[in-house]
Design a binder for this molecule. Structure first.
Ligand SMILES: [Zn+2]
Length: 286
């Protein structure tokens, strides 16, 4: 059977979660107690990945102190967590483009993430960090610095697209269209459009992915059985879409269930292999 990489799971320092976010998310999951254990024990996660038949997982983190509760410590958390199983876990962190002091501070933080902590991916989350991804056109020099540093280190940047239901999230900022400018203005950076714009912006996501060579995507957060209804021309982009689940986000119960639902889709075998494994292996130079 094809090997699988889950390019989008959230293993985060839950001790930092704001109470209202915890109430709307963690407290509603029937497996909350076990998940708490996973968040602090990489061995527990790897045993779960084994049960799911998943070779590697990308641990998505980003600071969002005012909305989610995660501080910059989330970067140190994910680096340390990965170090327990570097052959199985891929670390993703972030710099907050609105809460850094200035461009020099953003550069310093990127040096630390990419050079020091050796993260493999940088995540930006506009609805949770309350900024627009082309704000460098309106004076946010810190954001420009983040993109320039990503080019220098050749590290991809994942950008959340689509709505978010967490308290205080600004879904308007999940519109992927500003990526059209960003991809043109920073041609040396590979961007990853997370969630294919779900649920409002599938057509925009499809247009952007066809237009820009430096734009990839993950299909996380979309129930696999509805993926082809939502994104009918999925196979045309099979060389640049990564499989991902968004586990354990609200509504995503189990990685194994999503992997087998994806495998069951009427897709050509080479499409399945590329999306489940080969594309991520290429992007992360495994
Ligand atoms: Zn996510």
């Amino acid at each position: 059977m094809t090997k699988a990489i889950d390019a989008h799971i959230h293993v985060q320092p839950w001790n930092e979660l704001k109470p209202d976010v915890r109430a709307s998310w963690v407290d509603r999951r029937p497996d909350a107690e076990w998940l708490e254990k996973v968040m602090s024990d990489p061995d527990e996660l790897v045993r779960y990945l084994d049960r799911c038949g998943v070779e590697r997982a990308v641990l998505i983190n980003y600071p969002s102190p005012d909305l989610m509760g995660f501080t910059n410590a989330t970067n140190d958390f994910v680096a340390k967590y990965r170090d327990a199983h570097p052959g199985r876990l891929i670390a993703c962190g972030g710099v907050h483009p609105r809460l850094v002091r200035n461009a020099a501070d953003a550069k310093e933080q990127m040096d630390r993430l990419c050079g020091g902590l050796k993260l493999s991916l940088i995540k930006l989350h506009p609805p949770h960090q309350q900024f627009q991804i082309d704000d460098y056109q309106r004076g946010n020099e810190a954001l420009r610095a983040i993109y320039e540093k990503a080019a220098e280190y050749q590290i991809p940047i994942m950008i959340h697209t689509g709505t978010s239901i967490f308290p205080g999230a600004r879904s308007r900022l999940g519109d992927p269209m500003p990526l059209d400018d960003v991809c043109l203005d920073f041609p040396k950076v590979t961007f990853v459009l997370a969630h294919l714009g779900r649920p409002l912006w599938a057509e925009a996501a499809f247009f952007l992915l066809r237009r820009h060579k430096n734009l990839w995507a993950d299909c996380s957060g979309i129930p696999p059985k509805t993926l082809l209804e939502y994104f009918p021309r999925f196979s045309e982009l099979s060389e640049k879409i990564l499989f991902g689940t968004d586990w354990p986000s609200p509504g995503v119960r189990d990685i194994a269930a999503n992997v087998s639902a994806f495998r069951a889709l009427p897709l050509a075998e080479d499409v399945r292999e590329s999306v489940l494994y080969k594309n991520a292996a290429r992007l992360f130079k495994l």
